[in-house]
Ligand binder design. Structure first.
Ligand code: FAS
Ligand code: PHB
Length: 393
């Protein structure tokens, strides 16, 4: 098979790129290792930047998020029972939208169905070949389905295969530079059929550890508690989760929180900061978690995948429809510029809000001083707000 762009990975990055390329008349195929149900079963991000919503609208998949997404004008930080509201709207003129990544992915799959998209499931990509433009060679992707190998030839390959996919490894070790920080803790998440504990997100710092109160709708809540990196999900019952969560969030929220609803999902996610440079090698372009990972504290993971795809789509459109390659040549630097600033914000907020086992009393005082500074300085709050709503594309 021959196409213009072969996309490895059918998560949000791959599906969104496929949709945008289609709208620009650029042929593409998506090769996804898992079934559609499996992809849709993943519970991940919950907060969309306004830039992300704009790209979804550009991709003609913004209808449901406009109807069902919840605009949020502020978020809260708490330090034991002290609460601090960051008024995103007043400080930046922007808001964020609460709308689950699962729903974004569902909207993208539905749009793919409507256009008869080439999305091949249970197609595990084994190799990505000939991306270095050697005379007479054609980039190709080899995948396995139903026990047989298949080859797709393409002008370009988009590696949208997440942190554990093969695309990043296709960039030679001599070219690839990786930057990583693994945190000594993870997030234990719980999704429940209960009304949210508070109208806005609460990022709670406590000596017992970090906790986050989020939501998906008026009847579905999403909560997290910081746990040691080695924590096993089987060591946690829902009751134990609720009890720990309520000890870490402000008492007036804990006292009114509904905890007797159906538990829909529980999972542990490790936290790491990671960046791969460059995000392009020859005919291969990386986008999303294939190229970078952020701790979810800043709600940047999915939103960074979207800005990568925004840049990459524009670059392919310039090349295929206008015969110019400067978008492709500039893609890696352009995407990395925004990635590194989001890495900085996510690392800063994670460092401020979490309990680090190795922190001395001095570091703990620094954490409290950060909170106090935010409480007293509108300038500091504006700095946090402009990063949280998303820096310009
Ligand atoms: P994805 O990992 O979503 O998609 C990659 C796809 O490639 C997958 O479907 C995978 O099956 C496929 N693939 C892999 N190898 C393949 C192969 N060999 N062949 C074919 N296909 C292959 N972000 C937030 O903003 N907030 C959060 O709360 C949050 N929580 C998270 C929790 C967890 C457990 C994880 C892992 C991530 C979380 N993230 C969160 C980040 C997450 O939302 C990602 O940023 C987002 O999924 C990025 O999308 P993709 O780049 O498409 O990668
Ligand atoms: C979520 O609702 O899953 C969520 C929200 C904000 C974050 C991380 C996760 O920073």
């Amino acid at each position: 098979m021959k196409t213009q762009v072969a996309i490895v990975g059918g998560g949000p990055a791959g599906l969104l790129l496929s949709q945008l390329l289609h709208l620009s008349g650029i042929e593409n195929i998506v090769l996804e290792r898992r079934s559609r149900d499996y992809v849709l079963s993943r519970i991940r991000a919950g907060v969309l930047e306004s830039g992300t919503v704009q790209v979804l609208n550009d991709a003609d998949v913004g209808g449901r998020v406009a109807r069902e997404g919840q605009p949020h004008e502020g978020v809260e930080l708490s330090w034991h029972d002290e609460r601090l509201r960051i008024d995103l709207e007043a400080l930046t003129g922007e808001t964020v939208t609460v709308y689950g990544q699962t729903e974004v992915t569902r909207d993208l799959y539905d749009a793919g169905d409507a256009r008869g998209a080439e999305i091949v499931h249970e197609a595990a990509v084994k190799r990505i070949e000939d991306i270095e433009g050697i005379e007479g060679s054609t980039p190709s992707v080899v995948y396995e389905k139903n026990g047989a190998e298949h080859r797709v030839e393409a002008d370009f390959v988009a590696g949208c295969d997440g942190f554990h996919g093969p695309a990043r490894q296709t960039i030679p070790d001599s070219v690839r530079r990786e930057f990583e920080r693994v945190y000594p803790f993870g997030w234990l998440g719980l999704l429940s059929r209960t009304p949210p504990a508070a109208p806005e997100l609460i990022y709670a710092t406590h000596e017992r550890g970090f906790a986050l109160c989020s939501m998906r709708s008026d009847s579905i809540s999403r909560y997290y508690v910081q746990v040691p990196a080695s924590e096993k999900i089987e060591d946690w019952s829902a009751d134990r989760f609720w009890e720990e969560l309520r000890r870490r969030i402000p008492a007036d929220v804990a006292d009114t929180m509904v905890t007797d609803g159906e538990v829909l999902e529980m999972s542990v996610a490790p936290l790491r900061s990671f960046v791969c440079e460059p995000m392009r090698h020859g005919s291969l372009f990386l986008a999303g978690d294939a190229a970078h990972i952020v701790p979810p504290t800043g709600a940047k993971g999915l939103n960074l995948a979207v800005s990568d795809v925004y840049y990459l789509h524009r670059a392919f459109d310039l090349f295929f429809n206008h015969g110019k390659s400067d978008g492709l040549d500039g893609y890696s630097d352009q995407a990395l510029s925004r990635v590194w600033k989001a890495e900085r914000f996510s690392w800063t907020l994670t460092s401020m809000l979490h309990d680090f086992p190795h922190y001395e009393p001095f570091e703990k005082r620094m954490q409290k001083a950060e909170f106090d500074y935010l409480t007293r300085s509108e300038t500091a709050r504006r700095g946090l707000a402009e990063n949280y709503i998303g820096l310009p594309f």
